[in-house]
Each structure stands twice: as C-alpha cells, then as structure tokens.
Write a protein that binds this ligand. Structure first.
Ligand SMILES: [Zn+2]
Length: 402
C-alpha cells in the first residue's frame, strides 16, 4: 500500500495514545508518518494489536540478575553487566531508563557512576537507552523507615563539592537527584542542582510541611516513590505524605507493583494528583529471578517471595526494592484505578519524558524517535502481552521469535 525505503518499517495497529487505527511508518531511527487506517477484521481467535510508545523508567537499580550497585566486581565486569542488563530491560518493554545509583561510600558511588559512563561511551546503543543517571542518596534521612534500606553509615548532609566529583565521574550524566529536604544545606543544594539542569526529587525523608514547601520553592519537582520509605506510623495530619500529595508542583513517582503500595493508596494518589504521576519499577537485580533468599548490599539478606514481594530477612515489613517490570506496573495501575489503557501508559511514557525533558520520546509522534511497543490486551485476564519492542527503528524483541 505504501512505499517504504529499505531502512523503514510499517506497523498496523490501534494507537494506545488516541485509540485510533493507524499505520505507523518509521524510517531510520525516526517515526516518519502516522496514517489513519480502517479497522481490520481479525478472526475471533486473535486479539487486537495495540501500538504504544516505549516505556520510560526513571528508577532501575538492576534487572534480571545484573546489579548497578554491585560493590565487589571490577570495573570491566560492571561495564559489561550494564550492557547485558540494558538488553534485558529492553526486552521487558522499557526502551529508556535512568540507572539508579544508591547510597554508599564516596568511592563506591564514584565507581558505579564511572561504570555507567564507560558503558555509554563505548556503546552508542546503551547510550541511547540510558537517559541519565538517578542518584538516590546519600543525602537522605537517618531515621529508620524513611531511610529504607540505604545504609545508615553513609547517609549524610548535602555536599556540593562531593556531588561535583561524582558528576565528573559520570561524565555529566547525573540527571536526577533524590534527597531529603530536612537535611542541613538542602535548599542551597537544590538551588545549585536545579541551576545545573538536574531534576530534584524529594524522597527518603522525614520532612515537615514547611521543609517540603521550601524544597519545592527551590525547584524540587518530583517525589520519589511516594508512600514508601516512610515510618510505619505517622501523625494523622499533617505529615510528609499529605504535604507532598497536596503540593501541585510535585509529580510523585510510585511503585505500583502491588506490594509497595496498597491498591487503594494507588487509587487515591491517582485521584489526588489527577493522574499526574510517574510509574517507576524501582527494580533491583532480583527482578525476574527465582523466589528465594539472596544476599545483597541493600539491607543484607533479602527474600523474594513467589508473589514478587522483595523484603529484608531481618524485618519482613521492610521492602528492599521491587522485582517486577514497568510493564507490569502499568498493568497494575490500570487495574487499581480502573483507568483506561491510554491513561495508564501515559504515566510510564509521556509524563516521565516531559518531566525529565525529553521531547522526542514518550509519544508516538511524527519525527519522534521510533521507540515503539506492540502488544495485545487480554481483557478477561486484564493482562498485557508484549509482542514486539522497537528501539530507534530497530526490532529488539519479538514474542514470535522468543
Ligand atoms: Zn528508594
């Protein structure tokens, strides 16, 4: 029907962003045209094919056995692991992500950042998948609960000189910083980070209402996994969860894996924020591994349950990161909030893309980058079945060949 240049492709399906039937034509790494189409009749045994933008995950610590924060391995091993991990992440439908480096000593954070920089410098494909680094810590709360599984001996007050040394090791790739607004020096630190073009996120904190407001006045724009990394008991009001929910300038990220937040909390947050929310996986290296007890640097021994819940052995109430993909979080969000597919996808595509400042991804748009998923939706099981993953025009995953 259409003439496509040899390096292009044409995909027919129903666009998740509009509900329309279209042909999406790609040439090279870009979307060339989106052409309206008639609904094609399919036989009763098949399901309709949907087309969506590739998912964007602003918080990934590891995946499928690969760990971004591993302490012992040498630099070359780590660089290799980042490459292998990136390919596994892509197969799950996430075409862009922010590898997340967590609280540790100066040298360990330095080497984690160096490994990510080297992986990006050596392989343009890895570089195209990594939007930037999310530095979660070490300027976080010391208190049990808000600190989560971040090691007590390494959490501290913000230190701009130290941050600059890390940013240099990262080759300027740190693009998000999560910090606690109640830390001494937090506001001047936020000012400097915002001036440097970095997305500042409030998280792992025990801040007062005024401290949260001051951080937002200084330019903080996201709440990191809101509702988690919190005390198990809070004053009924005000508290740091209400304050962040009520602050319209903050977009919260949430982990809708079914374990980090009760479905009712996800629903209330979605309503309070009018769906201006970012879904993150917060996946750790045990995502997609067999259930069992594992030894990790995050909180020592952790247990992965068959349900996908990942908790510390010392205190089963403390979660140690998540073990599901972002695609599953999209599926859960839709279920927990009774929203449509379009809304659920937006939280893992357009909203994170615009929040971090990436105009060419997060949407299926003419001249945008051809980061595209196709999937079918099983309404009876309420389940998303990924069919293909295309990254910058290149087919990375096909369920037919898997
Ligand atoms: Zn965290």
């Amino acid at each position: 029907m259409f003439t496509i240049e040899t390096n292009g492709r044409e995909i027919y399906g129903r666009l998740v962003t509009t509900g329309e039937y279209v042909y999406v034509q790609t040439i090279g790494e870009r979307i060339h045209r989106i052409i309206p189409a008639e609904k094609q009749e399919i036989d009763g045994t098949k399901e309709e094919l949907w087309i969506a933008p590739g998912l964007i995950d602003l918080q990934i610590n590891g995946f499928a056995g690969y760990d971004l924060n591993m302490a012992e391995a040498d630099l070359e091993q780590r660089v290799k692991a980042i490459g292998l991990m990136t390919r596994e992440v892509l197969k799950s439908g996430t075409t862009s992500f922010c590898p997340t480096v967590i609280t540790a000593g100066f040298e360990q954070i330095h080497s984690s950042l160096t490994a990510i920089r080297l992986a990006c410098e050596r392989d343009p494909f890895i570089d195209s998948c990594i939007l930037g680094i999310h530095l979660e810590g070490p300027y976080l709360s010391e208190q049990d609960g808000p600190r989560g599984a971040h090691p007590l001996e390494h959490v501290k007050d913000p230190d701009w000189e130290e941050f600059c040394a890390w940013q240099e090791a990262a080759g300027g790739r740190i693009r998000m910083v999560t910090l606690a607004p109640e830390r001494s020096g937090a506001v001047p630190m936020i000012n400097k980070l915002v001036q440097a073009g970095i997305l500042v996120c409030i998280g792992h904190c025990a801040a007062s209402h005024d401290e949260i407001t001051a951080a937002v006045d200084a330019g903080a724009r996201m709440s990191t996994h809101l509702g988690n990394a919190a005390h198990s008991h809070l004053p009924r009001h005000p508290n740091y969860i209400w304050s962040q929910l009520a602050e319209d300038r903050l977009i919260p990220s949430i982990i809708s894996d079914g374990h980090h937040l009760h479905p009712s909390v996800v629903k209330v947050m979605a309503r309070a924020k009018n769906n201006h929310i970012v879904l993150v996986s917060d996946a750790v290296h045990l995502a997609y591994m067999q259930p069992g007890i594992y030894k990790t640097h995050v909180g020592g021994e952790v247990e992965l349950l068959p349900s996908g819940r990942l908790q510390t052995v010392a205190n089963p109430l403390v979660l140690a990161g998540a073990a599901v993909s972002l695609a599953e979080c999209v599926q859960n969000f839709r279920q927990f909030t009774q929203s449509d597919l379009q809304t659920a996808f937006k939280l893992a595509t357009l909203i994170p893309a615009r929040l971090i400042g990436e105009p060419l991804i997060g949407d299926v748009q003419t001249n945008g980058l051809a980061d595209i998923l196709t999937f079918t939706w099983n309404e009876a099981e309420d389940k998303l079945n990924l069919k293909t993953v295309i990254k910058r025009g290149e087919m990375i995953f096909s369920a037919a060949k898997a």
